[in-house]
Design a protein. Structure first.
Length: 213
């Protein structure tokens, strides 16, 4: 059966949440606000900059704040990081089977491209869908629908890998089979947000069973 593998970026292909938390905490502290990991996971994790900064800093230019924060993130991004365990094997499997692959992310394009280079995956991803470049970003299903259209796959043949509630809702609403990645949230939270199953990483045998289903 032809399938498409659709991956979120932050927290799914790359364990970047600790770096994002560090940057957000410093960014908010400069503006007189103290936030912790719990706040990040509840109010920021998986959201778009327009949503986050429009809510937390009303009256300021959300785009300018987002651009500043993302520049700080890219400056702190290591030159090289390993992707989530099992990534290369899963991409090898997709290539051998002729399955299209896409990354669907709320990260800005500059961040997404920088992370793909850091992971050594820039040449392995065929399609990159940026939430802010769509009519609506996650948690709306539009980014995943755009990805499915671009790779030419029906929703029921798509498998999406996500780590945040907003991403899970987006992929599930678009009709994909959704796998939650337990990089920051536990199984119960991922399933509550829409995951059909959850894995620690891409070496989990549940993924092989899903690919054969």
């Amino acid at each position: 059966m032809t399938r498409a593998l659709l991956f979120d970026m932050d927290g799914t292909l790359i364990h970047s949440d600790p770096l994002h938390i560090e940057v957000f905490r410093a960014f908010y502290a400069e503006r007189g606000r103290a936030i912790d990991t719990e706040y990040f996971l509840k109010h920021i994790h998986g959201g778009s900059n327009a949503e986050i900064f429009g809510r937390d800093f009303p009256g300021e230019d959300a785009k300018a704040l987002g651009d500043e924060k993302e520049a700080l993130f890219r400056a702190r991004l290591p030159e090289r990081m390993d992707p989530t365990p099992g990534t290369h094997a899963l991409l090898d499997r997709a290539k051998a089977e002729g399955w299209p692959v896409a990354v669907v992310t709320n990260a800005p394009r500059l961040n997404a491209e920088a992370m793909l280079r850091t992971l050594g995956l820039a040449d392995r991803i065929e399609t990159l869908v940026i939430g802010d470049e769509c009519a609506r970003s996650k948690p709306d299903p539009t980014p995943y629908r755009v990805a499915m259209e671009r790779v030419g796959i029906a929703p029921h043949h798509a498998i999406a890998f996500e780590d945040s509630p907003s991403g899970l809702r987006s992929a599930r609403s678009a009709g994909a089979k959704v796998v939650g990645v337990r990089s920051s949230l536990p199984h119960d939270r991922l399933v509550e947000a829409g995951a059909h199953l959850s894995v620690a990483d891409f070496t989990d045998p549940q993924i092989e069973a899903l690919l054969r289903d």
